[in-house]
Structure formats: C-alpha cells, structure tokens
Ligand binder design. Structure first.
Ligand SMILES: [Zn+2]
Length: 303
C-alpha cells in the first residue's frame, strides 16, 4: 500500500510517496512558482502511479476542510481554491484527504516522532501560531476542521487586537512578529540587520535583556494556553515546532518551568513538552497518515 503525501506551504510544496509503515519511498520539494496550480500538477504527475491508495494533503491555512478549499495567506492566487477537487482531477479515482498543516504536524509527530502517549497537542510557532490535536490515537479536527487552533486561545483579554478580530490571542504574543513587535516597543535596538525573530533569538542567546524577556513572555503565554487546553483535553504530550521553536531551550526551558510552577491538577503535572523531532517532515508524515486512515489502514501505534 502506497499513499501520496502533499505538504502545501506558503512558499513551497513538498511531496512524498509513503509506504503503510511510514517509510518515505521518495520525496521532492518545489518553490510555489508563478502558477501554483501548474507546480502542483507537475509534482503529482511525477509521483502518482499505479497502486496509489490515497492522497493526503496538509495545507497552510485558512482551509475549509468540508469544502476542500484552501486560501494560504502567502499564495494570493489561491483564494477558496478547490484543492481537493483539483488533486482529484490529477489522480482520478483515488481518494483525497485534506487537513491543516499544523494538524498534519501533530499527527506526524504522534505517529512517527517517537511519542508514546495516545493524545498529543502539536503547536507550530512561526509567523503565526497554529496547532493540531491527536486524541486517543485519532486526529481530532472538530466540526469545521479547525480544532486545535491554539493560536486563537485568548490569553490576555485586554491585549492587542488579533488578525482574527478578537483581542489578546496567543498569536499576538507568541508569534515571531508578535515577539519582535513587543521587544521593539520595549526599546530593543539592533546595531545592524533586520529586527526579525531570528535576530531576536540571536540577541537572547547572547544574553540581551529585552530579547530574553520576550522569550519569557512568550513562554508564559504559551504555558497559559497549553495548561488551559490540557485541562480540557487531558493530553500528555505537547510538541512545539515552527521557526520560533528553533530557539530550542531558550523557549522550552522557561515554558517547562512556568508549566511546572502553575500546574494544579495531577494530570497536568506530568505534561511532556518537547521540540519537534521530525522537523519539516512532520507535515508529510501527517498527510500520509491522513490518507492511510481514510483508506481504513490502522496507523501503527507508536511503540
Ligand atoms: Zn486571534
């Protein structure tokens, strides 16, 4: 049994043929290009072949899983783009499944990331903050396909307006741009170069006061959102991925400390917070898992 996994990012598309045990048979990656639809057609044509059981797609959002459409922010030509219907035309007769990229990251980390628990919360901290859930060994996508979207958990009701229309969402604080905005407002200056998340991380690593405080503030906001989510869902593992997570212990140490300090209920005291182990491949593994589940193939339990 072989499935095709597609990872639709804002700047590049990745594709892999994946065996039922999760092994990548081959893979490729392409920049989105002038015509995203042509790029997609080319990738699928190169990899699809006889014996394909299904296609799983993880896509940058917003997505509408029920309608099978996507509107990735960085691909302006795709607004309410019928991604599922389009891929179906490229591979007639093969079932196609779609989920958000952060949901695929969570599913991939749960399946192939060496975790041992039945339930996991995956969080992608990048230019935005996304998330996905695996509950009792199944991806949990919710009524509209948006379950796990932890970036819009409100952690500061009087806080900054969020792009979503609410105020004080986790994303306003913990995203790369949110952290940089706050640090600059506190008086952080950079001798040379662009003040972005990468520069902020380097400065924090060098011991600079404001950048370090920005990481502590992000850790505190993440801790609030994670503890509230875990209190409701009783997950054991929390996996952090995305560009900002490359800061590693700079983010994870204060996050773990804050969670230990604040956790009340016994089932929240043994939350395991870890960084992604699959990195960019997590999304492809998750997309493959989607296709396997849709084909009725049970995912091997992590062992
Ligand atoms: Zn929001």
């Amino acid at each position: 049994m072989t499935v095709l996994a597609l990872d639709i990012g804002g700047t590049k598309f990745a594709v892999a043929r994946v065996a039922a045990d999760g092994t990548f048979l081959d893979r490729a990656e392409h920049p989105v290009g002038q015509s995203p639809t042509a790029t997609l057609r080319g990738l699928v044509a190169d990899f699809a072949g006889p014996g394909l059981t299904g296609v799983g797609i993880g896509s940058a959002g917003p997505i509408d899983a029920a309608a099978g459409t996507v509107s990735p922010i960085n691909i302006p030509r795709w607004r309410d783009f019928p991604l599922v219907a389009t891929v179906r035309r490229f591979v007639p007769g093969v079932p196609v499944s779609l989920a958000g990229d952060a949901q695929c990251m969570a599913l991939g980390e749960w399946w192939r990331g060496g975790r041992t628990s039945s339930s996991l919360l995956g969080i992608v901290v990048s230019t935005g903050v996304g998330g996905g859930l695996v509950i009792d060994g199944r991806p949990w996508t919710g009524r509209t396909g948006n379950a796990g979207h932890i970036g819009h958990v409100i952690v500061d009701p009087g806080g900054e307006p969020c792009v979503c229309g609410a105020r004080g969402c986790l994303e306003t604080i913990a995203s790369g741009p949110g952290m940089v905005r706050w640090a600059l407002a506190q008086g952080w200056t950079l001798a040379a170069g662009r003040p972005d998340a990468r520069a902020l991380t380097a400065a924090a690593r060098g011991g600079a006061r404001i950048p370090l405080a920005a990481f502590h503030r992000t850790a505190a906001a993440l801790a609030t959102a994670i503890l509230n989510t875990a209190a409701v869902l009783d997950v054991r593992d929390v996996v952090i991925g995305g560009g900002v997570s490359a800061a590693g212990d700079l983010l994870l140490d204060p996050l773990r400390d804050t969670i230990t300090e604040r956790a009340g209920m016994p089932y929240l005291r043994d939350l395991r917070i870890s960084a992604t182990t699959l990195d960019r491949d997590a999304g492809l593994h998750g997309a493959a898992a989607l296709a396997l589940l849709a084909a009725g193939e049970p995912l091997r339990e992590p062992s």
